[in-house]
Design a protein around this ligand. Structure first.
Ligand code: GDP
Length: 589
């Protein structure tokens, strides 16, 4: 090649089209080169620096990172609260501790089976007959070393903890069924783990099945920037069969290897802190809680404060239900003696006396009251203010779109916008409506949700309201990019004001071949206008938000209709109308 080692600067990620332009090659040629390297990508897709560096090398270029390496960024990135709390510990007192692992993955890919398989392969964990109680966590031994597993699988638990500033897990095992490959919740899990900056070990499960296709799954993982180690990437992918209990030791060894390359340490003699894994009220025993000790050594008789609950621990049991006197870092324990049921994800700490505990709890209760009054969501409008105040350096986004065909160009456009002073970080991009998990991820990562031609589920809206998450829905790409661009430049215009035009009650629903389902309504207030915006409420919840696309009065199309009259109303791409729904018509000024 004639470019013999010519240096080119490349960003952390780049769209294929742009990369082709930089090296002055045809994008098709580039895509072919990528394919021979095992990477499937379309012209609009983004590849990371490492991948880009490999292909440009094939043309004789040497890629140079024009960005600050990830590690440097991690310093300013999200630091889990408990890590901040042990930041004051003398480094020389820090000792290696067992890694804490959680299992994520798509439904039915084998999370529960894998947790059971891991638990039963280890004699230290499984009591004969498997009568061990489940306390939400357990430990296994591998090569004389312990590994702690959080055994409530699922993204909700993981994100809920993170939303509270806790970070239970040091490592995520991502279960991917080899017969099914990467599925929506797999992608979601990857987004959660990446947002939390927790390393991923992939358990490629169900390899025993005749229709297992490990290579296809690996290809899909590679497309998600999890390039398998045997393909020269950095992600450990271990083939397992949870039901046949195959590959479990390899998986655990993999976990230990990843643990070794991450600084998993604590001071057993330091300040005692940790995270509440689960807690419940037992009628006869009072509050039962599972605690994960993260620093220091917890002892029976210690006074603990967790969130707004406190108490002197009467007894400490290990995960097998055996009473123990002490529990060091990364040990899960079941305790009794708290005054109240703390929330999963609350941090706990040991204090000197119950009196001190009471003072702390009273302060916290007061703070909660104040917070509730001033709770404000991070909206696009607030972003620039935060940037100026030096509080935000990047805008986190979660992008949902109706079809892949619109998602790809949106991501491309957004990535372009993120090349300026304020970075733009897309945590998760996926097709489908906005659901609870998106809101949870947004809340935990202080992200804004962008929806393109999609709706937010009723539950998700309610949660967004509670968690203070900004959801912005768009139908036109440039409107969206315009908004984001303005926010990034601090030029977002004053918030638009909504003006209610009128209200109507849905009396009956009928089908019209031309419009789909039509709501037969009576206008109870003001007027309805064709082309205006509408919101449909059912028992107080918003079930639809969009355009009032058709308006008829006695078979005639009308532009508007006033209070007291009956009319037929059709909504753009929405059919789930029910008698009793209320309709509010408004315009945005
Ligand atoms: P979860 O929803 O991710 O917790 O998945 P489960 O552990 O409940 O597993 C879902 C189904 O897949 C169950 O019927 C399991 O028996 C089956 N399964 C799990 N692991 C394996 C495996 O390694 N091989 C086979 N053949 N089936 C498995």
């Amino acid at each position: 090649m004639s470019n013999n080692g010519t240096k080119i600067e490349l960003p952390a990620s780049i769209v294929i089209r742009d990369l082709a332009q930089i090296i002055e090659k045809s994008p098709i040629d580039l895509i072919k080169k990528l394919m021979t390297n095992g990477v499937m990508a379309t012209i609009n897709q983004t590849v990371d620096f490492d991948t880009a560096a490999i292909v440009v090398a094939e043309y004789g270029f040497e890629a140079v990172a024009e960005f600050v390496e990830e590690e440097a960024k991690e310093e300013v990135g999200e630091v889990p609260l408990w890590r901040q709390m042990i930041a004051g510990e003398d480094k020389s007192h820090l000792k290696a501790r067992p890694p804490v692992v959680t299992i994520l993955g798509h439904v039915d890919h084998g999370k529960t089976s894998l947790l059971d398989a891991i638990r039963s392969t280890d004699v230290a964990a499984g009591e004969a007959g498997g009568i061990t109680q489940h306390i939400g966590a357990y430990q296994v031994e591998m090569k004389g070393r312990l590994i702690t597993f959080l055994d409530t699988p699922g993204h909700a638990a993981f994100t809920q903890m993170r939303a509270r500033g806790a970070q239970g897990a040091d490592i995520v095992i991502l279960v991917v069924a080899a017969d099914d490959g990467v599925m929506p919740q797999t992608r979601e899990a990857i987004a959660h783990a990446k947002a939390a900056r927790v390393p991923i070990v992939v358990a490629l499960n169900k390899v025993d099945k005749p229709n297992a296709n490990p290579d296809r799954a690996k290809q899909q993982l590679a497309e998600m920037e999890l390039v398998p180690d045997d393909w020269g990437g950095n992600t450990m992918v271990v083939s397992v069969s949870a039901t046949k209990k195959q590959g479990i030791d390899d998986l655990l060894e993999g976990v230990l290897l990843v643990a070794d390359s991450n600084d998993i340490k604590a001071n057993p003699a330091g300040k005692v802190i940790g995270t509440i894994i689960e807690a419940e009220l037992d009628k006869s025993k009072g509050v039962l809680a599972t605690l994960l000790v993260q620093n220091g050594t917890l002892e029976a008789g210690d006074v603990v404060v967790a969130g707004t609950a406190y108490g002197k621990l009467r007894a400490i049991n290990d995960f097998k239900g055996k009473p123990i006197k002490k529990a060091g870092p990364a040990t899960p324990v079941a305790v009794m003696g708290l005054s109240d049921v703390p929330s999963a994800g609350d941090l706990f700490e040991v204090v000197k006396s119950e009196k001190e505990a009471r003072v702390i709890v009273t302060e916290r209760l007061d703070a909660i009251k104040v917070q509730a009054q001033s709770r404000k969501k991070l909206s696009l409008e607030d972003l620039f203010a935060n940037v100026q105040a030096g509080e935000a350096k990047e805008l986190n986004l979660i992008v949902k779109a109706d079809v892949q065909g619109s998602l790809d160009p949106i991501v491309t456009e957004l990535n372009k916008l993120g090349e300026g002073e304020i970075g733009l970080h897309i945590l998760h991009a996926e097709t489908g409506n906005i659901g609870n998990n998106d809101v949870m991820l947004a809340s935990a990562s202080k992200a804004i949700i962008i929806g393109f031609n999609v709706q937010a589920d009723v539950d998700a809206r309610r949660m967004a309201e509670k968690e203070g998450v900004d959801i912005r829905l768009y139908e036109i790409i440039y409107r969206m990019t315009e908004d984001i661009e303005k926010a990034l430049n601090g030029m977002l215009e004053p918030k638009l004001v909504e003006k209610t035009l009128g209200k109507a009650q849905v009396l009956q629903v009928f089908s019209a071949s031309k419009f789909g389902r039509v709501a037969g309504c009576k206008v109870t207030d003001g007027e309805l206008k064709r082309g205006a915006k509408v919101r449909l409420y059912r028992s107080g919840d918003i079930v639809y938000e969009g355009d009032l696309s058709s308006l008829r009065h006695e078979k005639e199309d009308v532009k508007e209709i006033r209070q007291g009259f009956e009319c037929g109303v059709g909504f753009k791409s929405f059919n789930d109308i029910q008698p009793g729904d209320t309709l509010v018509c408004y315009i945005v000024e």
